[in-house]
Design a protein. Sequence first.
Length: 370
Amino acid sequence: MNPQTLGSRATPATIRLPRRLADSHTPLIRNAWYVAAMSSELGEQPFSRTILERNVALYRTADGRAHALQNRCAHRSFPLSDGKVINDRLVCGYHGLEYAPSGQCVHAPSHTAEPRNIRVRSYPTREKGHFIWIWMGDPELADDSLLPLHDWMADGAWDRSFIAYHIPGSYVHLHENLLDLSHLSYLHIGSGFGTPEHAITPATTEVTGDRITVWRNVECQLPAMLGKPLGWAGHRGIRRSGTEWVSPALVTNTVELTNLEHPELNPPGKPTGKIGHFITPETRDRLHYYVTFNRNYANGDAEVTEYIRGCQQAALEEDVYALRRILEVEHADQDPHFQESDIATDKAGVAMRKRLLELAQRESDSTGSF
């Protein structure tokens, strides 16, 4: 079936909703844990990264702990990431001011006493699940229980691969992309990851408090990325796929596979993939995007891991293309009367946008900065 023919069968009636929804102009949510870097990126030598419109210097101390300071010396704004870590102090490469992990300047070469009135901001960090996490908002609210982690992200029973991107686009649009997988029948046909059946398969969407989930049971010829590692290449099966919106920083996908053509090949437990999409806005129109594909099948096979990684990267490149093109159109067309419309598959995306707007307004009420 050609996905181009699906439009007349699958296009639902247009739903017009009040536009009190988050969009690419909505202030970024600061009171949440975001991925600052992969653990493998971070060493003793500091480096800079822009996160939620703030530039930070990331580094490790001798005990291996990760730290993040405002990347701007309080003396003359020289980037601290251009300095060095000496005796667990981040030393500015311009005039030699030394900062403790707390952000307090503990030594200035021209001072005989500790310059207690000089400091930079220090951001809470945690290292879990192969990532360095950072809290860019009120440090008093940096609760470890809010870290959006799942056991399978670090469990040794799952094999995994990682992909990292630094891309143009709005994190609102990326969250929405991940919550409405009907686009697999169109955007992802080129990579072979999408199937024509995805867009016309009914979805079950649940919105309960902060939890947003979408599930589909898609009967199709399994794409190579999913079928080949199981020896099911070309077989028809059920691709049970689910998406959960976890936080402003994380969306997870689950795919459970069943072989319909050769049921004798189905193992006792369903072959399952778990995908973590870690989304960290650099600005409102640029992103750090980390993706990990975790699986409970073909364990220990490095060739399968690399094969899946390559297939996933080809599919993700199509998502990156979509985000970039949406951003370009938003910048090019400044029509003040244009208003987007919502269709039936947008239920989860609309709920997510409402939630982001609520969070932004809540932070505005405490800071007055909306």
